[in-house]
Design a binder for this molecule. Structure first.
Ligand SMILES: Cc1ncc(COP(=O)(O)O)c(C=O)c1O
Length: 382
């Protein structure tokens, strides 16, 4: 808050256009902070800008163009809706073959089925042919919380000649990712979940230095122009990450990211990752003792190497229970259709005691059966 006030009063209010020179590179400097604090990425590979969806569209288009002659693109059924919709749109636009890998189903005791949504190398491999231009998955599945093995899956895609884009929105700020070490090609993510950068804070995109010169953005904006302020007549993409920027940075949003990712850097992503692993392990222990006997099923993998900062619990009446917890118990879980409730330890902000108390309330509320009287018709489910 303080840094934003200071910027508005002293930086913008007093300096007006003279301040421009100080802010013009801010998408790159804030991007470098995100890379350093949370992605295991050295400077010059991350840009903070726009939204995850828009950045994802750009990277998908750029990756397809960089693999001429290949006409297949792959994602999985459990990927976040915006990623799947964008892939569908691009497949239609360019007449490509879109493969959506189905997620293996597990049987619930009520007879309904659910999935832990984990794509393993064994599941991906049969889909990889020499026609595949691009594979894209989420690092952490938004619903189940399953954590993919970034290195193994990226290596596999690369062996087949494809590029791989990771959507790290549900991992960034909770999972210790090491993009440079693990050979990641391309990635996108947001800053407003575990990044704590506030509503509407810009997203980011990562392009490995190895492949920057191979890729071109589908929108050629003036910020990507070599010698931008010569205002030349013909577009010529500048080197490095600046060649992936389109237009003016949203400075106030970027200052919010500096605060959020500054905290992550100070606490260290490995310590945060450790707390997420312990916090989710504690949730699973409480689940086994208290929630399993009440008809819940754990959707998230039990191995802490296979999950991120949240767990997902399945219940046939998940929508009513999630609503009732919010309204009556001051517990804010996140309901996801059709039948799961996500519970997160936001490791920087939430204590183990708060997790314990929250689970006690989930147990007591479900035991009370009060949710059965809730009428959800007309209620906006979120
Ligand atoms: C995995 C994932 N990808 C993409 C998005 C979309 O983000 P944006 O609204 O910034 O495009 C979200 C939003 O929650 C998300 O969880």
């Amino acid at each position: 808050m303080e840094s934003i006030n200071k910027f508005l009063i002293e930086g913008w209010g007093a300096r007006i256009v003279d301040g421009w020179a100080e802010w013009i590179d801010k998408a790159e400097t804030t991007g470098d902070l995100i890379g350093r604090a949370a992605l295991g990425a050295v400077a010059g590979q991350t840009l903070a800008m726009d939204t995850t969806s828009v950045n994802f569209y750009r990277l998908v288009r750029a990756a397809i163009t960089a693999r001429p002659g290949r006409r297949t693109i792959i994602t999985d059924e459990a990927n976040f809706p915006t990623d799947r919709y964008i892939m569908q749109g691009i497949a239609e636009e360019l007449d490509l073959n879109l493969v959506i890998i189905p997620n293996e189903l597990l049987e619930h005791s009520t007879g309904e089925s659910f999935s832990n949504e984990l794509v393993t190398p064994e599941i991906l491999n049969p889909h990889l042919t020499d026609d595949v231009a691009l594979v894209t998955l989420s690092v952490v599945a938004y619903r189940s919380g399953a954590l993919h093995n970034i290195k193994e899956l990226t290596d596999l895609a690369r062996e087949s000649g494809a590029l791989m884009i990771w959507d790290a929105s549900h991992a960034v700020g909770a999972v210790d990712m090491q993009f440079d070490r693990d050979g990641v090609d391309l990635a996108v993510g947001c800053t407003y979940k575990y990044g704590n950068s506030g509503p509407g804070s810009p997203a980011w995109l990562y392009v490995s230095k190895r492949i920057q010169s191979e890729l071109r953005m589908p929108i050629q904006g003036w910020f990507a122009q070599r010698n931008q302020f010569l205002m030349g007549s013909k577009f010529e993409q500048t080197e490095g990450m600046r060649g992936f920027q389109i237009a003016s940075p949203s400075i106030v949003g970027l200052l919010c990211i500096d605060e959020g990712f500054g905290m992550i850097e100070e606490a260290s992503i490995s310590a945060i990752n450790d707390k997420a692993a312990k916090g989710t392990a504690m949730m699973i222990e409480l689940f086994d003792q208290w929630l399993d006997p009440l008809g819940f099923e754990l959707v998230t993998p039990r191995d802490s190497n296979l999950r991120g900062g949240h767990i997902s619990i399945y219940h046939p009446d998940a929508a009513q229970i999630a609503r009732g917890l919010r309204d009556d118990m001051k517990v804010i879980p996140d309901y996801r259709a059709p039948n799961s409730i996500r519970v997160a330890i936001s490791p920087l902000a939430t204590s183990y005691v708060e997790v314990f108390d929250g689970f006690e309330r989930i147990r007591d509320y479900t035991k009370s059966g009060k949710y059965k009287d809730l009428d959800l018709s007309g209620i906006k489910v979120s």
